[in-house]
Design a protein around this ligand. Structure first.
Ligand SMILES: N[C@@H](CCC(=O)N[C@@H](CS)C(=O)NCC(=O)O)C(=O)O
Length: 228
């Protein structure tokens, strides 16, 4: 399998945690994509994923999988023993519901804020992002507010259960965890009064598959090179 991604990016990080959790690193060839140079907006990359985002998993038979949820389902079910996506109909339903909320209300909202209300990843990529800057910047700021509301929602959820989708660590926890790390880099740190969220975050940071990726600092190295 080939994984088109870039170390340190939040959605790429979601799949790298999944690979660690499932012990699959050795089956994967990592194919770095120059996101800052907008390689993922090139014709060659758009042929792999028309949405123009990483990560993309290319299977040995040439099948192309994009979208972290789809990639996670594939990787988690490869050995017939899913641990991150649920085993019962009920658990699968709840995990997918929370995964979608973690995307829409947190990690994607942070991404929209970062790319449209801040200089994002610099001018080469911004040319693909904000052709109508003023309108987009306003939308981006509202997405930032949405992400902060999302954090408050997950804090409330985590005040009543150990993990985002219930009793067990799942792909929804990985998404919220990466969403919070991305938010911090984008300047949207979680408010200090969200104590359930903070306790859960410290617990998740210590789960071996998550801890094993902690050296791959989220976006930070690339941002430093851009002068942030
Ligand atoms: N819904 C997508 C989101 C992927 C995504 O936003 N990836 C980011 C990297 S963390 C990206 O490629 N950003 C570049 C861009 O938006 O141009 C997924 O689940 O894979």
């Amino acid at each position: 399998m080939k994984l088109y991604d870039r170390s340190g990016f939040p959605n790429a990080g979601r799949i790298r945690v999944v690979l660690a959790a499932k012990g699959l690193d050795e089956l994967v060839e990592f194919m770095p994509v120059d996101v800052i140079g907008a390689e993922h907006k090139s014709e060659a990359f758009l042929a792999k994923n028309p949405s123009g985002v990483i990560p993309v998993l290319e299977l040995d038979d040439g099948t192309l999988l994009s979208e972290c949820t789809a990639i996670t389902e594939y990787l988690d079910n490869l050995d017939g023993q899913p641990t991150l996506t649920g085993t019962t109909a009920r658990d699968k339903g709840v995990i997918h519901m929370m995964q979608r909320r973690a995307e829409a209300e947190l990690i994607d909202a942070v991404g929209h804020y970062f790319h449209h209300a801040t200089p994002g990843l610099g001018p080469t990529l911004q040319a693909h992002k904000s052709p109508d800057w003023a309108h987009r910047a306003d939308w981006g700021r509202r997405e930032g507010e949405r992400a902060l509301r999302g954090m408050r929602y997950f804090d409330q959820i985590l005040s009543g259960r150990p993990f985002v989708a219930g009793e067990s660590f799942s792909m929804a926890d990985i998404t919220v965890f990466m969403g919070l790390a991305f938010a911090e880099v984008a300047g949207l740190a979680a408010p200090a009064d969200l104590t359930s969220l903070a306790k859960w975050r410290a617990k998740v940071a210590d789960i071996p598959s998550v801890r094993s990726r902690s050296g791959q600092t989220l976006v930070a190295d690339d941002l430093r090179r851009l002068g942030f």
